[in-house]
Design a protein around this ligand. Structure first.
Ligand SMILES: [Zn+2]
Length: 59
């Protein structure tokens, strides 16, 4: 089941939607996006929070 993470879901004013086929892959992509687009390095707390907002998609 593909996974999806939206910056909007964690209160960031950003329309980016990140998708991946595994949690590890998704986290890697989200971390890269956070660094490049938001200047944020994900720490363990942010990763845990982000994981609570990950959705499974039908696509
Ligand atoms: Zn973003």
């Amino acid at each position: 089941m593909p996974l999806e993470f939206r910056c909007q879901d964690v209160g960031v004013a950003c329309r980016a939607v990140t998708t991946a086929d595994s949690k590890d892959d998704l986290l890697a992509k989200v971390a890269a996006h956070a660094r490049e687009s938001h200047g944020v390095e994900l720490n363990d707390t942010l990763v845990d929070y982000a994981l609570t907002q990950v959705r499974e998609t039908e696509r």
